[in-house]
Write a protein that binds this ligand. Structure first.
Ligand code: PLP
Ligand SMILES: N[C@@H](CCOP(=O)(O)O)C(=O)O
Length: 401
């Protein structure tokens, strides 16, 4: 049994780890789950694959585990961009994003606490994942979406998995606020967003897998939206450090899009708190977030790891998405490609040396957002089937351009 405390980031209140607890019972602030490093933990004793391989580091009591074999994603070495660069391809999770790692823990918690209904606000990926895990658990899911601002693939997933879709006329932040209010005031449904610290207990396993694959890289670059994942990955490395399995944590580098960069702006300006953005905008819909609920956690992870944050433009994101696809054969959604755009910028700014081992977290699959993929330029030629040979020979020899 994993023991420890839950500590409020706002008022400092501490309480023993308890699965019923999600927000600070005293002030309603965000809670950190701080586990006591287990004395008998050993990598050689780990069994199985995926998130639950690390159950000895995941607190909580689970009467049944709701799993769709999430985690165990490949860490792909770059073939053509830089030999010291690795891609942690979270798009290969069951619903196509890293959210599944958190959802297996959060939905298993909900079931263990006898909840029959779950809810999440979403830019699309949390919704798809919540809907899938709720379906598997046989419970009802409500998802709250910003109307008209969710990528097609993600919306279609939520429809397919049978979630009840509530659309708000406003941004993701409006949807998020509604879910937090509902949870604070009523507590009748279990919240699956990342202000729920139990979700991050699943996401921290990204760090454990990276460590088992290549040890500790110098840098981990993470696209930041609602800001839970960068903290979760840092938390994972930090726990390994406390257990004594590793002797340093990587620098955590957060990347945000120009039109939605409250945390990156604060880090760059050396401020302690972000100025929230009222109308966030970016082509990377997954990180189109102006009021990230986990900003305190993300800033803590970046500062304590001596990391930093980078802002990238939409055109840099789309260019990086294409580069990733055309140089590495990896299809990632725009928010994920922001990590590669951030990597290029970090090298240009001298923040990262190209010889440093660096891992990019590719958070979601390209198929999530078919419209963004189709924006990439390529040759599409209407052909007379009788002339196809001529066109191919012309292309190969460069006569057609
Ligand atoms: C594909 C993708 N990448 C990155 C993020 C950002 O993650 P976080 O909200 O944990 O910062 C999200 C969701 O927020 C996402 O769906
Ligand atoms: N991009 C996210 C936004 C919600 O983040 P969460 O981690 O708090 O659930 C999404 O896919 O909805």
């Amino acid at each position: 049994m994993v023991t420890g405390v839950m500590k409020c980031l706002s008022c400092g209140y501490e309480t023993p780890i308890d699965q019923h607890t999600i927000l600070c019972p005293k002030c309603g602030g965000l809670l950190e789950i701080i586990i006591e490093p287990p004395k008998d933990f050993s990598l050689s004793k780990l069994k199985g694959r995926g998130v639950w391989r690390y159950k000895d580091l995941i607190p909580g009591y689970y009467k049944s585990i709701i799993s769709i074999n999430e985690g165990n994603t490949p860490l792909i070495k770059s073939a053509n961009i830089n030999k010291q660069l690795y891609f942690k391809f979270e798009g290969l999770n069951p619903t196509g994003s890293f959210k599944d790692r958190g959802m297996t823990v959060a939905v298993s918690s909900a079931v263990s606490l006898n909840y029959k209904t779950v809810i999440a606000a979403s830019t699309g990926n949390t919704a798809a994942s919540a809907a899938a895990y709720a379906a598997r658990a046989g419970i009802k899911s409500f998802i709250v979406l910003p109307k008209g601002k969710v990528a097609l693939g993600k919306l279609a997933q939520s429809v397919l998995y049978g979630a009840i879709i509530l659309e708000v006329d406003g941004s993701f932040d409006v949807a998020m606020e509604a879910v937090m209010r509902l949870y604070r005031d009523l507590k009748i449904v279990y919240p699956l967003n990342s202000f729920n610290p139990w979700r991050l207990e699943g996401q921290k396993t990204i760090a454990f897998e990276i460590m088992e694959d290549i040890g500790v890289p110098e840098n981990v670059i993470v696209p930041v939206g609602n800001a839970g994942n960068i903290y979760a990955i840092w938390k994972g490395f930090n726990e390994l450090l406390k257990i004594g399995i590793i002797d340093k944590v990587p620098r955590m580098i957060g990347v945000q899009a120009e039109g939605a960069s409250p945390i990156a702006n604060a880090i760059i300006k050396g401020k302690n708190e972000p100025d929230f953005i009222e109308n966030p905008d970016t082509v990377a819909t997954a990180i189109r977030i102006g009021r990230p609920v986990n900003w305190q956690k993300a800033m803590k992870a970046i500062k304590e790891s001596k990391g930093t944050a980078i802002v990238v433009s939409d055109s840099e994101i789309l260019e990086a998405q294409k580069t990733l696809a055309r140089k590495e054969g990896i299809g990632a959604e725009p928010a994920s490609a922001a990590a590669l755009a951030g990597y290029f910028k970090a090298i240009n700014y001298g923040i990262i040396d190209k010889d440093e081992k660096t891992v990019l977290i590719l958070t979601g699959h390209s198929l999530k957002d078919p419209e963004s993929m189709a924006k990439a330029d390529t040759k599409r030629i209407l052909v007379n089937p009788l002339h196809i040979e001529k066109i191919i020979v012309g292309e190969i020899n460069g006569f057609n351009s």
